[in-house]
Ligand binder design. Sequence first.
Ligand SMILES: *Cc1c(COP(=O)(O)O)cnc(C)c1O
Length: 466
Amino acid sequence: MDTQDRLRQLPKVDELLRHADVKRMLEAHPRTLVLEALRESIDVSRARLLSSEGALYDESELLADVRTRLSLKVRRSLHPLINATGIVVHTNLGRSILSARATAAVADIASSYSTLEYDVSSGERGSRHVHCEELLCRLTGAEAAMAVNNNAAAVMMALAALARGKEAVVSRGQLVEIGGSFRIPDIMRESGATMVEVGTTNKTHLADYERAITENTGVLLKVHSSNFRVVGFTEEVPLEELVALGRRRGVPVFEDQGSGVLVDLRHWGLPYEPTVGESIEAGADLVSCSGDKLLGGPQAGILVGSADIIRTLKKHPMARALRLDKMTLAALEVTLRTYLDPEAALAEIPTLRMITTPVEAVTARAESLAAAVREACGEHAVVDTAPDISRAGGGSLPLADIPTTVVRVASASHSAFELERRLRLGEPGIIARIKEDRLLLDLRTVLESEERVVIERVAAVLAGAE
Ligand SMILES: *Cc1c(COP(=O)(O)O)cnc(C)c1O
């Protein structure tokens, strides 16, 4: 057959549309995407017929290609993954996952009308701030509170409200960058405040702040060095002393607390992290933190502090631009409610549960998962367990090594790199770590309900079935 004859074998799109398999695709998926997949697959077949002598049109091959293309086109871009990295607040994988109760509240509020800005008792317009304010005050001891889109927004708005056209005094040791796009000097510039740096990278004294205060000082800013720690010859001014100075000179003190710890984590063997309540007790006029780091709720920026300042912030034009939507408010309210009983918070809020799970419990799960994989895949791999380290992540508890036990997988036929790639690309995607040419799975961040599918997928990848 010459090339022209072979090309004539290629079906037209219209003919394929009458094929039973394609009809089924059309029932399940948007026509435009099916058509696009068909055209692309026909083009690929045509290129193959043109490039290789003797190649013949193969309908089942073409339909398989259409199916693959279509499945990629209809797949949600934002879709679930299994986090087997052991990094709890994993920035790239969505930071905190919500508790079952918070998730249910999101679905509930998203799918019905609600009290978002409606006061049922008066039948009149209400405020969206009421849903979380009282809870935040109870949990932190603050006079007033509000929440915005994220902590970066909270810091930007607070600086704009307190120090636009004025000076904001901050220690050189606290000019942090968090996650690339959040840098204190940049946020400061965008807020319209003039940054006044005091002290040095490793040491800042109270006298440094004192000397920097002028009649044009709008705020004394303290920033939690979330993702690093200066060790050795260092000194920071304790919040209490900064507050005393601020009071004396009539300048408000604002602390960007970062990770949003509401319970003392030392009870569960973790290093000391100041809680938001402690900063309020120390006298900070305003404290901000994230909703989805250690707090374990939805993405949000929480602001708690004096009634005066919060009132100003609520009226600030940025507050309208940075406000929370009802789904986030629903998740935040329920997450905060869970904290009213700290034991329940530890048990139900996934982030808290994961970072406080004792190593013995992770070890037991790791050993049973390793045994199940060995059983499922026989001689295809070497699967065992070993001690390792989990991380809180997300710029939280920077120095905390959380002991864990990982499942280690090595295979004669695939490199760790290849195993990692296949697990990541399959369905559902599993994100694992690599260490010393072995694949590591840390179950600290894997839900128990996900273990079955982890076993199945790891066994299938090892057997070369995917
Ligand atoms: C994480 C963090 C931020 C940014 O918070 P987002 O919620 O990511 O916007 C700001 N300041 C500190 C100290 C942080 O740790």
